[in-house]
Design a binder for this molecule. Structure first.
Ligand code: PLP
Length: 386
């Protein structure tokens, strides 16, 4: 059996994979079994922040592999403490809980919100408000948080206590706050899976102020937008808000599983012994990888991200077959005249791997994609859009 046949026979059919087996790569180039080269404009859905097999990242991982690959959370290890310090120093947040994925980072955020509200106002203050069209993960609780009905249908009953409001409609949010016992608001600054749709800055600010006035936690899901993706370390830094909780994962460890829930001053001590845990959370190799990633997301790199983002927007906007461009930094949504999925398929045939988000083409290239590689990818993409 070929790998594709084995995969189809033995792996649960949750992924509609392209008929391509990737076997190697370097930076923003990957290769299939026939040696065909592809420019990777998706970076594993925003995970390989510095591309495939990046040397600095690899050195950090190998150095830690030579020390200790795992210890239980009953003991101290250096990489996770160093990473937590870096994340707090760079964001002003106070403490971090480490897990292994975006969904788990959000689960932790939701537990923090429920416990904070339960202790401060009473256990009935358990409602979490999220936005319609949002995406927060695939566990039963983060599915409940996800504001897209079609994900919910066959998995009832989901965790209760979630309501979804229209992004941009502050009156609806005010009414939801007035009519429910609310613990937190959880938003994505840019809805990724929902179609690369940024939240309106005035709405984000008004929502943040409303949360502050009502002692409701303002929580930002930075699973996809975090770690340099939008041209700032975290996307909320593009907005006039200071979240109480930030969840992140994907690009944090550059290709190893790691989730982090950053806790602000209000909630830094909400979780106590035994309130939460994860066997693999804070794994030394994942954290060593993340230390190397976070250390490199400095002003110089972010300036490069913004320059490349501007290049993409300027080059793509107004071209034949391109109707609109959305997003921030290297998180780009392109509304094409042809169905986005058809454009992505054509790009793949011509050696460029792109993503979709709803009906759009979505680009999440490595933060350090070389300019000439980016230019070639955009040229092919535009050919496929026309
Ligand atoms: N939150 C957002 C905004 C995401 O984009 C995703 C994944 O796409 C998740 C949460 C879930 O992350 P994971 O697949 O790592 O559980």
């Amino acid at each position: 059996m070929s790998i594709i046949e084995k995969d189809k026979k033995y792996i649960a059919g949750t992924y509609n994979r392209f008929p391509v087996e990737i076997v190697s790569g370097k930076g923003s180039l990957v290769y299939d079994t026939d040696g065909k080269e592809y420019i990777d404009m998706g970076s594993g859905i925003g995970v390989t922040s510095f591309g495939i097999g990046d040397d600095i990242w690899k050195d950090a991982v190998i150095a830690q592999l030579d020390k200790v690959q795992h210890m239980s959370n009953l003991y101290y290890t250096e990489p996770c403490a160093e990473l937590a310090e870096k994340l707090c120093q760079k964001t002003g947040m106070k403490k971090v809980f480490f897990s292994n994925s975006g969904a788990e980072a959000n689960e932790c955020a939701i537990k923090v919100a429920r416990k904070y509200a339960a202790e401060k106002k009473g256990t009935e203050y358990s409602t979490i408000i999220t936005l319609k069209n949002s995406f927060h993960g695939r566990t039963l609780t983060t599915l409940a948080a996800t504001g897209q009905e079609h994900y919910h249908e066959l998995f009832q009953p989901l965790t209760p206590g979630f309501i979804h409001v229209e992004s941009g409609n502050i009156e609806e949010l005010k009414s939801a706050v007035a009519n429910n016992k609310v613990a937190a608001l959880l938003i994505e600054c840019i809805q990724g899976e929902g179609g690369v749709i940024p939240v309106d800055p005035a709405y984000a600010k008004a929502a943040y102020e409303l949360c502050k006035e009502n002692d409701i936690l303002f929580m930002v899901d930075e699973v996809q937008t975090g770690n340099g993706r939008t041209g700032k370390l975290y996307a909320y830094m593009n907005y006039e808000v200071q979240p109480d909780v930030v969840s992140t994962a994907k690009g944090l460890a550059g290709g190893l599983p790691l989730g982090a829930t950053l806790l602000g001053e209000k909630v830094e001590n909400v979780l106590g012994f035994g309130d939460h845990g994860s066997t693999f959370g804070g794994n030394p190799i994942a954290c060593a990888a993340a230390n190397s990633i976070i250390a490199r997301i400095d002003d110089k790199l972010l300036a490069e991200v913004n320059k490349k983002a501007e290049y993409i927007r300027n080059t793509v906007s107004g071209k034949p077959g391109v109707e609109a461009v959305s997003g921030l930094g290297l998180m780009v949504g392109i509304k094409t005249t042809k169905p986005g999925a058809d454009v992505v398929k054509a790009c793949m045939e011509k050696g460029v791997l792109c993503l979709t988000a709803k009906d759009k083409v979505r680009l999440l290239p490595a933060l350090n994609i070389p300019q000439e590689v980016l230019e070639k990818a955009i040229e092919i993409l535009l050919e496929c859009c026309a």
